[in-house]
Design a protein around this ligand. Structure first.
Ligand code: NAD
Length: 357
């Protein structure tokens, strides 16, 4: 039986459906039954069999077009946005038509943004194919492209009509991309979801071998956590900041590396290890909880060794962070496993101290 989670506030709330099986004809046809044409946007790193399978499911039911972008973050650009919008216009898409994003967060973010701007908004459906896109980017309505001045600087909050998650897609995902998504799963367990923490702790081997029953559980719990947060705070004015746990230092590490050699997920895991250490130094988090956190990250074979970085090297990037308000850096820290909060009240000395232990 597929699991289902409702996300967002009426009238733009939407269902996220999680299934262990490949996406079914019945599901996809029911989601597009009011539409006349669909444009499926994907990238050339998504295995071709997934694209062919969707083609087969839609054959004879609806006019279907495909647009394949080059894979990689570089495609989340004005150039690709222009290409998508020109395709929609030349194919004479109108508001009775629909876009389907079939791919990871890159495809989801740019397809969602294009859908939000074309004719001031046409329907779009997310079919995430990476773990990160399943547990994070396909849920919550954030869409964006990058510009030379910064990542995700141009975008919109725009909810999809539906999100179909098929865990079957994870079979072909590279180890690096799988671990990148796992970092976000772990994050939900640290900030809010103690039940998820327990599942992760007790099943690390099954998770590493991509056991589909455990995957269904952890993907469901992750989305439940994200759904709870983004439904309360759709436009990021409060509690949604908790989702940035580990991201302030993670972004600084990515920027220091010029966005090369380290994935977003890997950088966030390092950032979570740093933020946990600071929480301990601030006397918020007990030694026992700090050890529990590090033990879990290590059991999932995620790298927590941030000692290659110096605080002085990351500091300039930290002050560029979106979380700097009125010149003060805000951090998401932990009081215990499953209890995060946002604060600008911490000892500056503890930031540098965290790198020296
Ligand atoms: N909107 C949000 O809330 C949000 C949240 C987090 C991240 N993001 C964005 O998500 C993007 C990163 O997403 P990502 O980590 O999914 O990366 P990605 O979309 O670049 O995909 C990673 C790689 O995996 C390949 N791939 C996709 N599905 C596959 C499959 N099933 N099997 C094998 N290979 C597959 C892709 O072709 C690509 O080469 C970034 O642009 C980031 O800014 C957005």
């Amino acid at each position: 039986m597929a699991k289902s989670i409702l996300v967002g506030k009426k009238p733009t709330n939407y269902e996220v459906k999680i299934s262990k099986n490949p996406i079914s004809k019945k599901d996809i046809l029911s989601a597009i039954k009011t539409h006349n044409k669909v444009l499926i946007i994907t990238d050339n790193g998504v295995p071709i069999k997934y694209i062919q399978n969707i083609k087969k499911l839609l054959r004879g039911s609806i006019k279907t077009y495909f647009l394949t972008l080059p894979s990689g973050e570089k495609s989340k650009s004005f150039k690709s946005l222009k290409l998508i919008l020109e395709n929609l216009a030349s194919l004479k898409f109108d508001r009775t038509d629909c876009v389907i994003a079939l791919g990871g967060g890159m495809v989801g973010d740019i397809s969602g943004f294009a859908s939000s701007t074309y004719l001031r908004g046409i329907d779009f459906i997310q079919i995430p194919t990476t773990l990160l896109a399943m547990v994070d980017s396909s849920v919550g309505g954030k869409t964006a492209i990058n510009i030379p001045e910064g990542k995700n600087l141009v975008g919109a909050f725009y909810n999809p009509k539906k999100v179909f998650i098929s865990l079957d897609y994870l079979k072909t995902l590279s180890e690096k991309e799988y671990k990148s998504g796992l970092g976000e799963v772990v994050k939900y367990s640290f900030i809010l979801n103690k039940k998820l923490f327990k599942i992760l702790k007790e099943n690390s081997n099954l998770i590493l071998s991509r056991n589909v029953n455990i995957l269904e559980n952890i993907v469901y719990e992750s989305i439940l956590t994200k759904a709870k947060i983004v439904t309360k705070d759709e436009k990021e004015s409060g509690i949604r900041a908790l989702l940035n746990f580990g991201h302030t230092f993670g972004h600084a590490i990515e920027a220091k590396n010029n966005y090369k050699n380290i994935s977003h997920g890997e950088a966030v895991v390092l950032g979570m290890a740093i933020a946990s250490q600071i929480s301990y130094l601030e006397n918020l988090l007990s030694k026992k909880d700090l050890l529990k956190i590090n033990k879990l990250i290590n059991a999932l074979e995620l790298n927590t060794n941030y000692k290659d970085y110096k605080y002085s090297d990351l500091k300039p990037y930290l002050m560029n962070d979106k979380k700097v308000a009125k010149g003060k850096l805000n951090l998401i820290l932990l009081k215990s496993v499953g209890a995060a909060f946002k604060t600008d009240k911490f000892k500056q000395t503890n930031l540098s101290k965290a790198f020296k232990l």
